[in-house]
Ligand binder design. Structure first.
Ligand code: ATP
Ligand code: MG
Length: 310
């Protein structure tokens, strides 16, 4: 449904896209994950025909963004990084106006607006000017606007940035429902938990190109080491325990504060804990407790979006 090959775009000396490749099958969700300045918004603007690439090509819903822009625009919805709403109009009036601008007939425009206001839990505020809306309400109204044309492909640029945890959950639920109904979604985010929750596949972008990609689980597994916490009987020397399992350590081993034990970075895999327990048992070391903690989301993001490899 979305396909891009070798997209490049520079703004003067700044290279925003440096050969971006993407492929998003119909009915799936792709997340572009990357830090500030990675090129996420630029990619979305190229794919939604708002910006011409310097080189490369992209097709959305089967149409070339460069030569069939109008066909692309008829099939997509887009909610930008900064909500584009008229502050003086009410929520309802904003939606009706946007629908009318997209040549939807008056009666149908009113119907769609009412249905979306209800779906996005904005009925109460529908007839208040947007300048009285909170950030979360604006985001939901902007999402409603992007859905007026019943798009088959939806682009959301950082849909939940700046929202409180509850508003994020609400929005995730709404977005999840859209995807369940078959919408193809490309969203950008700086938050791995958001990508984890919503995406089938994640493309990590940095410096305008894809630096890693895969399912959320694949990326987490790739991105880092887990931490094994091991406590042993007080009669066992920690140095000896560390020595016994040194071949499993994927980084520096630390002593656990306040306990007779060790914290060891390991590459998690099925059967690892059993193997280590057997090894220690064979060496006559009594294990009191052993547990593996997966890398935190912050560890993963840091390792995936670190400096671009030269
Ligand atoms: N209109 C523009 N004029 C000049 N430079 C631009 C323009 N748009 C983007 N850039 C530059 O291109 C690079 C990528 O910007 P882009 O907005 O695509 O990043 P982003 O991943 O969306 O970042 P953020 O997370 O901050 O939204 C940045 O270095 C930015 O300064
Ligand atoms: Mg951006």
């Amino acid at each position: 449904m979305i396909e891009a090959h070798g997209l490049t775009k520079s703004f003067g000396p700044a290279r925003a896209l440096a050969g971006l490749d993407l492929a998003v099958p119909a009915g799936t969700t792709m997340c572009l994950l990357g830090p500030n300045g990675a090129g996420k918004t630029t990619a979305v603007r190229v794919l939604t025909t708002l910006l011409r690439p310097d080189a490369g090509w992209a097709r959305v819903a089967g149409y070339d963004v460069a030569t069939d822009g109008a066909d692309v625009r008829r099939r997509i919805g887009m909610s930008g990084q900064y909500a584009s709403l008229d502050e003086c109009l009410t929520g309802r009036a904003n939606l009706v106006m946007i629908a009318r601008l997209s040549r939807i007939a008056k009666r149908k425009a009113r119907c769609r607006a009412a249905a979306l206001l209800a779906a996005l839990d904005l009925e109460q505020a529908a007839d208040r000017p947007v300048r009285t809306y909170s950030g979360g309400m604006r985001r939901r109204l902007d999402l409603a606007a992007s859905l007026l044309g019943q798009p088959s492909v939806l682009f959301l640029d950082e849909p939940t940035t700046g929202l409180d945890p509850r508003s994020r959950l609400t929005l995730w639920g709404i977005i999840g429902d859209l995807v369940a109904m078959g919408t193809t979604l490309l969203l950008t985010t700086q938050y791995l938990d958001e990508a984890d929750r919503l995406a089938d596949r994640i493309c990590v972008i940095n410096g305008g190109r894809v630096t890693a990609q895969g399912s959320p689980a694949e990326l987490k597994a790739r991105a880092g080491t887990s931490l094994l916490r091991l406590t042993v009987s007080a009669t066992v020397s920690l140095a000896r325990a560390a020595e016994e399992i040194s071949e499993y350590a994927a980084g520096p081993v630390r002593r656990l504060a306040g306990q007779h034990g060790l914290e060891i970075p390991v590459v998690q895999r099925p059967g690892l804990v059993t193997e280590i327990v057997r090894l220690l048992d064979a060496a006559g070391i009594d294990v009191d407790d052993i547990a593996v903690r997966p890398p935190s989301l912050d560890d993963v993001f840091a390792s995936l979006t670190g400096p671009v490899a030269a």
